[in-house]
Write a protein that binds this ligand. Structure first.
Ligand SMILES: Nc1nc2c(ncn2[C@@H]2O[C@H](COP(=O)(O)OP(=O)(O)OP(=O)(O)O)[C@@H](O)[C@H]2O)c(=O)[nH]1
Ligand SMILES: [Mg+2]
Length: 138
């Protein structure tokens, strides 16, 4: 491999609280770098994990869950989200698919702050449909 073909990029994991962003980051890195709990709003600041392989180095940024419920997200938490989004080359919204199968009415509510944040976005996005292990009919 030539030095020119080695790639480096920043990826921001973002999305509603409890979607599994921190779990995904730990899984991608193969080690625990960020806290995972069943409680929403666990991630409170910007957490970064670096994945290195022969082809690329990827800096993954975990962010606090974006919630529509005002007051639940402190200024510092919101700032951590914007800081990560500003730095990102690629944005990965993470969604708890099992939640929306059980509660389709929650989808619009949860997506509103995410859609608002990404409304005029032109960078590449990878939407992660998470927690598919929780139902049989994929
Ligand atoms: N079954 C299942 N559970 C998952 C999966 N990913 C995450 N979880 C569970 O979902 C809960 C929330 O996971 P977190 O990774 O803390 O979620 P988060 O999006 O970082 O949450 P905040 O930081 O609070 O916004 C935990 O109980 C995880 O174990 C998955 O793919 N499948
Ligand atoms: Mg988290």
């Amino acid at each position: 491999m030539t030095a020119q073909s080695y790639r480096c990029g920043w990826v921001a994991l973002m999305g509603p609280p409890n979607a599994g962003k921190s779990t995904l980051l730990n899984a991608l890195l193969g080690q625990k770098v960020t806290i995972v709990t069943p409680k929403p709003q666990t991630t409170r600041n910007q957490i970064v994990g670096i994945h290195t392989d022969e082809a690329a180095q990827t800096v993954f940024m975990d962010t606090p869950g974006l919630s529509q419920v005002r007051g639940r997200l402190s200024k510092a938490m919101l700032q951590a989200v914007w800081q990560s989004l500003n730095q990102a080359d690629v944005i990965m919204p993470v969604l708890d698919s099992h939640l929306y199968i059980r509660h389709p009415d929650y989808l619009e509510r949860d997506l509103a702050p995410v859609a608002e944040a990404l409304a005029s976005e032109t960078r590449p996005m990878i939407v992660v449909v998470n927690k598919v292990d929780l139902f049989a009919d994929k």
